[in-house]
Design a binder for this molecule. Structure first.
Ligand code: FAD
Length: 323
């Protein structure tokens, strides 16, 4: 059944996050040949509309308002509900990011709609749009369909994939004015933690360190490897608790969930809570001194050895490949 689907483009530091393009691809699948309408909320966001179209949106609706220049759940939910109402859309897709995790349940409650959160795959089978999502910390997957006509989902970054960018694609960009009011929170200032390099949640390569790195300085070889591979550095909670790195790097049940193409675990034992955040990575390489370490059970490639010897060797070899 062809339907009109709205997809929220998520803007960070003036650019669209990659998960926005995955959401467009998801919207395309959910629309079943209908229309995919990108939505951009913020200040001066219309300059980004063309990029959403090039990645597959048919057209874009913007809500330009200084009151939504920074994300608040009140401001964004009012804006998105206004667009849904104006467009009479039958579906909505957001990224399963910090923003999406905050916004989607609130919208679902307001719309009295069902929500499939954290979808990792979408297919159309037997006349239904079927969503796959991990459960029990990624140890199993469930498939869900909507019995209602309205389809609402958040998609996990790095799983759905993006459609091929077509720079010749064009589409209409319109704006609607929303009377954003009664905000219960107002963002006065955004102070970013100084994070270097690639965004961990969306990185294609993650080099993660555990308590085995032994100190803050012990992360240096991992940072170098990540930089050579164009990836991001992550960590186990063990490393965060030991104050070797910031908690923003923590991967796992109580940290970030990542699904990169390549995950290199260095000096991480592989506790179940850590696996919950990375076991769905496409290729897992584990480096650990202990051949019995649990991480080897989920690893595609295991290297038994001292990470301070192995990681620099890998860095040197990857550098050679780049020349
Ligand atoms: P360790 O278990 O101490 O492992 C260190 C590993 O490094 C060992 O396997 C050792 O053989 C290896 N090693 C040491 N030196 C070297 C070397 N030179 N070269 C190579 N290998 C070396 N953990 C998370 O990661 N993420 C979470 O989100 C999370 N949430 C949790 C939530 C709850 C409610 C609880 C109870 C726990 C949670 N944990 C989480 C903690 C988790 O149980 C583990 O304690 C933690 O993951 C262990 O971190 P680690 O593997 O770095 O440390």
């Amino acid at each position: 059944m062809a339907r009109k689907v709205l997809v929220l483009g998520e803007v960070r530091d003036g650019s669209l996050r990659n998960v926005s393009f995955e959401a467009v691809a998801a919207g395309k699948a959910v629309s079943e040949g209908g229309e995919v309408v990108g939505v951009l909320i913020g200040e001066s966001v219309n300059t980004l509309a063309q990029e959403l179209i090039q990645f597959g949106a048919d057209r874009v609706v913007t809500v330009e308002n200084e009151k939504v220049a920074s994300y608040t759940s009140d401001g964004f939910s009012q804006s998105l509900l206004a667009v849904l109402e104006a467009e009479k859309a039958e579906g909505l897709i957001l990224g399963h990011t910090a923003l999406g995790k905050d916004l989607a349940p609130k919208l679902a409650a307001k719309l009295q709609a069902g929500l499939v959160s954290d979808a990792t795959a979408i297919e159309v089978a037997g006349g239904n749009v079927v969503f796959t999502r991990p459960i029990y910390s990624g140890k199993a997957f469930e498939k869900k369909i909507f019995t209602d006509s309205f389809i609402f989902a958040t998609v996990r970054p790095n799983n759905i994939g993006v459609l091929e960018k077509d720079e010749s694609r064009t589409g209409n960009v319109s704006s609607i004015s929303v009377d954003v009011k009664d905000l219960r929170t107002v963002i006065k200032e955004v102070v970013r933690k100084a994070t270097e390099g690639v965004d961990l949640s969306e990185a294609k390569v993650v080099v993660a360190g555990g308590r085995g790195v032994k100190s803050e300085d012990g992360f240096e070889p991992l940072k170098e490897l990540a930089s050579v591979l164009g990836g991001a550095v992550g960590a186990s909670r063990g490393a965060c608790d030991a104050e070797y790195c910031d908690y923003s790097l923590q991967i796992g049940q109580t940290g970030k969930v990542v699904t990169p193409d390549l995950y290199i675990a260095c000096g991480i034992s592989g506790a179940i809570q850590h696996l919950a955040g990375m076991s769905n990575s496409k290729v897992i390489v584990a480096i650990n001194k202990d051949p019995e370490a649990n991480i080897f059970k989920v690893a595609d490639y295991g290297i038994v050895g001292d990470l301070f010897e192995v990681v620099p060797m890998l860095t040197e070899e990857f550098k050679k490949l780049k020349v």
